[in-house]
Design a protein around this ligand. Structure first.
Ligand code: DGI
Ligand code: FE
Ligand code: FE
Length: 200
């Protein structure tokens, strides 16, 4: 298999400059967890790490500026995103990865774009970044973390389903407004695990 060879040091330096230390430590955790999941599921390690490194590159931009940057660059803002602008760090991050970091690989761009809400029929890299973001070693707040961490290396779709389900429960309890894409992703993976022939 042809391995990508990115200048990870240069990317790391640039990302570090765009965020506070806590976010950067989380970013490194996601980057290495992406590598571990890529080893387990047979994906290009460099691509997985670059996607992990860049997934939150727009996270530390103030919300007002997120909205402005999206408008300026013709990135569609949904009503839910307008009311919850932090959600835009995924779309804006995908845009910046392309425009400011020069990343051309569509799989990496897609993984950044979908890392917060998920979506139906995610690609392998989409799933790796989504799951790694939730289980990286510094995370400590989510319920069932121990189980999801174990599951992530046994059955990626089941881990994904569990994260979507726990996230919706958390949002339902009043933590935040549910984005239609989070719900669609949950419904898709719920139906998938109920299909005949599914291991569950
Ligand atoms: O950026 P991170 O904090 O590393 O992680 P993230 O991009 O996955 O964002 C995590 C938060 O996003 C977490 O608190 C759950 C929240 N989230 C996921 N789906 C939705 C959502 N928040 C709202 N309001 N609506 C959603 O559908
Ligand atoms: Fe994020
Ligand atoms: Fe993150």
């Amino acid at each position: 298999m042809q391995m990508k060879n990115y200048d990870m040091k240069a990317y790391q330096k640039k990302v570090k400059h765009e965020m506070d230390d806590g976010r950067y430590q989380h970013t490194l955790g996601v980057m290495y967890t992406c590598a571990a999941l890529a080893m387990r599921y047979g994906y290009d390690l460099q691509k997985a790490q670059l996607a992990g490194l860049l997934h939150d590159c727009a996270k530390c931009i103030p919300n007002g500026k997120k909205l402005k940057l999206c408008e300026k660059n013709h990135i569609l803002i949904t009503d839910v995103e307008r009311r919850n602008p932090f959600l835009l760090h995924a779309k804006l991050g995908a845009f910046l990865a392309k425009e400011q970091y020069g990343v051309k690989d569509p799989e990496i761009i897609s993984a950044i774009l979908n890392h917060t809400t998920g979506k139906p029929a995610m690609s392998l890299l989409d799933k790796i970044v989504y799951v790694a973001d939730y289980i990286e070693p510094r995370r400590n707040k989510a319920p069932n973390l121990e189980e999801v961490r174990r599951l992530a290396f046994l059955d990626l779709d089941e881990a994904l389903y569990k994260i979507l389900s726990d996230t919706l429960e958390y949002l339902d309890e009043g933590a935040g407004e549910i984005d239609g894409m989070t719900l669609k992703a949950y419904e898709y993976y719920k139906a998938k695990r109920q299909e005949p022939g599914s291991k569950r």
